[in-house]
Design a protein around this ligand. Structure first.
Ligand code: PBG
Length: 323
């Protein structure tokens, strides 16, 4: 045999020598959940190890993560029902929980990078990302609401805005609005190929944000479609997105790979709540090795082409690297 591929696997040193893909904590973004109050910490039932924190405790959590080398966070507010309405008005209340949290984090840790979510669902009594009228999700009317949210978040100190709503034209709309208001340096990471996925279940538990009626299929993408992601990416790219994201991650690695090949901007992938829950549940049952499965899934996402990974495993992965 002239070709014996096993020669290149014969020792740990050789295996490391030829390793093609590296994943370090600098590539990770840690999504975190915020609640009202002081000294509050609640575990999300379907996401063991993930908590909703009041702002004071979130600051402590961020400090601990920074010690581990995690410097980028994606906060989401979990609001009580009395703060939700059909117009998602709390989403652009400058004194609301979310902008307050952004300000407090940036005051305490000026070097932390915050990627903040733009969509109506955490604030919407309908549980939709856009404005509902007669059972329909209105596109252009939603843009105006998203714009108000974006300005409040930018003013509070967000570094990167993450429109996750999947309305048409929102990247261009937000870019123009930000520029007009002096926020040319605020970046946009577009949720470009966001699929109508069953893997978001635990996140909707965390925020109590499941749609009250219907589903999100008129705005999020059909899991059967790959070429459509190229069109979404082209639009977001042309509209000025700085980073394109694919979501979920592991079931959509083909999409990550094709965006990486076709677009000269960084590509992010969001390993969503259900992907995390699946690994945690199997590990809790002793059916999978949780640590190794976490590492393999993250490495696979990176190998497919993700420059950045949003993952609920960020802290655990960083702890593993240190231990
Ligand atoms: C909604 C939003 C969702 C997630 C991030 N932003 C859920 C949805 O679209 O219903 C999901 C993240 C996850 O599952 O971890 N704007």
């Amino acid at each position: 045999m002239l070709r014996r591929p096993r020669r290149n696997r014969k020792s740990p040193v050789i295996r490391n020598l030829i390793e093609e893909t590296q994943l370090s904590v600098q590539h990770l973004i840690f999504p975190v959940f915020i609640i009202e109050g002081d000294n509050q910490r609640e575990e999300v039932a379907s996401m063991p190890g993930i908590y909703r924190y009041s702002i004071d405790l979130l600051l402590e959590e961020i400090a601990a993560c920074q010690e581990l080398g995690i410097h980028t966070f994606a906060p989401f507010p979990a609001l009580t029902d009395d703060k939700k309405d059909t117009l998602a008005q709390e989403g652009h209340n400058p004194e609301g929980l979310f902008p307050t949290a952004i300000r407090r984090i940036k005051e305490t840790f000026p070097d932390v990078c915050l990627m903040t979510d733009i969509a109506m669902d955490p604030y919407s009594s309908d549980g939709h990302d856009g404005l509902v009228h007669d059972g329909e999700i209105l596109n252009d009317a939603t843009l105006e609401i998203l714009g108000k949210m974006a300005l409040v978040q930018a003013e509070a100190g967000a570094d990167i805005l993450g429109p996750s709503d999947m309305m048409d034209g929102r990247v261009g709309y937000l870019r123009e609005l930000l520029d007009e208001h002096g926020y040319a340096n605020v970046s946009i990471m577009a949720y470009t190929a966001k699929y109508a996925s069953a893997f978001y279940g635990p996140f909707r538990d965390a925020l109590d944000s499941a749609p009250k009626l219907g589903d999100k299929k008129t705005y999020q993408m059909n899991p059967a479609n790959a070429r459509e992601a190229l069109m979404e990416a082209e639009l977001d790219y042309d509209e000025g997105a700085d980073i394109l994201m694919v979501k979920p991650a592991l079931p959509y690695l083909d999409i990550v790979q094709s965006l990486k090949e076709c677009f000269p901007v960084p590509i992010a992938a969001y390993q969503v709540s259900g992907e995390y829950a699946m690994i945690k549940a199997a590990a809790a049952n002793g059916w999978l090795n949780g640590r190794k499965t976490m590492q393999e899934s993250l490495m696979s996402i990176r190998r497919a082409g993700a420059d950045i990974i949003l993952t609920y495993f960020a802290k655990e992965y960083a702890q593993e690297l240190k231990s």
